[in-house]
Design a protein around this ligand. Structure first.
Ligand code: CMC
Length: 427
């Protein structure tokens, strides 16, 4: 943030004029600081859905939606997917720097030590109704962590955060795999200390007493990429939920559970499942993608092209670029072609050349191809959003830590009341 030459924006309300400070971020984003507005003028600003509001200062993630740039702690996403594992990226997001070998070992040990679910929690899985959505199971289970581990020490945050982060990142992975096994009626597979984070997850998902799972390094690498791509995305809906709820000094686990709930919506993390369902529907309908593009444009039709459009990106989502290329590499090596992939590619081309989508800068977002990749890995569609949640944990934790560190006041927006003025109670 540049403080060198203070600039101001002048605001006139009636015959009164006030100077509002201009704030400039390190990537030259400009904002008008209105934090003193109500005190000096009695006015508030009105910005439904925060389309124009920066809600905080943050040094975690930078997104340039016009140029299609995404960086975690200054490092481009393209470099991170090439050089890092997911847990290294998690450390980077939470601590602001890549771990040195000693720190990496310590974090890895913590992940291993905390990979088991409290045995009493394991029994919870037996009482969810069959067919319960794994995202609802996950948010409930994470909330329960707040009961099993009530103390998250806020005083020595820098040191203690590693334990809470490792517990979340590691146990949530175990919960996710257990939820899946429960759903398909197979015995759960426990985590192993000799496997890295992603290999461990794949093994817990797909190993079975009758057919041992063959862990393939290229699949492990691909899962690392998928998780890294989703690890953070600045002030999105679920992160804003985490920051808002955390500002009331709610326990970290309960706060993350709220993030999971926000993520589950089809306009947010639920989009990857919605994309596959949409592609399935197009294939079942005979595969005429033009018909569905027409429906997406029709204002009288509620159908939208899932996996298209983004509040921030007005160009190709850099994450979508990476995963599209990985999707292509993976599917071209597979014997059985996925009809959804063919339809997705055609749909993308038709939409990208359509005036409606061009005018509104609607491009594929990260979720357009991730579902197809997850399908190819054998992960069922009701687990896609769980995968997103697993990946987003380090981002939520980093934002929670930053928010606590900045001594953020409790989040409490104002409103413009448009209801009845004093009304009679009546007789
Ligand atoms: N299909 C058809 N029209 C669309 C779409 C779409 N997917 N997305 C936006 N539009 C239109 C929208 O109707 C509006 O048109 P008009 O100006 O004529 O009213 C215009 O484009 C602007 O859209 P908006 O809904 O005002 O934009 P937003 O910033 O509020 O919404 C969005 C962003 C992601 C919710 C939206 O693009 C959408 O619903 N996309 C489909 C769901 C999706 O893929 N979500 C995943 C987002 S990426 C992962 C994540 O962050 O969780």
């Amino acid at each position: 943030m540049s403080e060198e030459k203070k600039q101001f924006a002048e605001l006139k309300i009636g015959d009164k004029s006030i100077d509002l400070p201009i704030v400039i971020g390190t990537e030259n984003e400009k904002a008008v600081d209105i934090s003193g507005l109500r005190k000096t003028t009695g006015y508030v600003t009105l910005d439904p859905s925060f389309m124009n509001t920066a809600s905080c200062y943050s040094s975690i993630t930078f997104v340039d939606g016009e140029k299609g740039i995404l960086r975690y702690r200054g490092i481009p996403i393209e470099e991170l997917v090439e050089k890092c594992s997911f847990t290294q990226v998690a450390y980077l997001l939470i601590h602001g720097k890549l771990a040195n070998p000693e720190e990496r070992l310590k974090f890895s040990k913590l992940l291993n030590q905390n990979s088991l679910l409290h045995e009493d929690m394991r029994h919870f899985f037996d009482h969810f109704p069959r067919g319960a959505h794994p995202m609802h199971i996950l948010s409930t289970m994470i909330n329960a962590l707040a009961v099993f581990y009530p103390n998250v020490d806020l005083l020595s945050l820098d040191e203690d955060i590693d334990l809470s982060a490792a517990r979340l990142i590691s146990t949530v992975r175990t919960m996710a795999a257990f939820a899946y096994k429960k759903n398909i009626g197979e015995p759960v597979v426990y985590p192993r200390h000799d496997l890295n984070y992603c290999a461990n997850f794949l093994n817990m998902m797909f190993d079975s007493p009758v057919k041992p799972y063959d862990i393939k390094p290229e699949i492990v690498k691909l899962l690392n990429i998928l998780l890294i791509l989703h690890a953070d995305h600045e002030q999105n809906c679920s992160t804003t939920a985490v920051r808002t709820i955390g500002s009331a000094q709610v326990n970290l686990y309960a706060t993350i559970s709220a993030g999971i709930s926000a993520l589950s919506g089809p306009l947010h993390g639920g989009a990857n499942q919605a994309v596959v369902e949409m592609l399935d529907m197009i294939v079942a309908d005979g595969g005429d993608v033009k018909k569905f593009v027409a429906r997406a444009k029709d204002k009288n039709d509620t159908f939208r092209l899932m996996g298209f459009g983004h509040r921030v990106y007005k160009t190709y989502d850099p994450r979508a670029k990476i995963i599209k290329s990985e999707c292509h590499k993976l599917l071209s090596t597979m014997k059985n072609k996925d009809p959804l992939y063919e339809v997705a590619m055609e749909l993308e081309q038709v939409a990208l050349h359509d005036e409606y989508f061009i005018e509104r800068n609607l491009y594929p977002n990260v979720d357009f191809y991730t579902g197809i990749v997850y399908r190819a890995l054998g992960i069922p569609s009701n687990m896609f959003t769980v995968m997103f949640a697993l990946a987003r944990l380090p981002g939520w934790i980093a934002h929670w830590k930053e928010m606590i560190g900045h001594h953020t006041k409790i989040v409490r927006p104002r409103q413009i009341y448009i209801g009845k003025v004093p009304a009679d109670y009546g007789k």
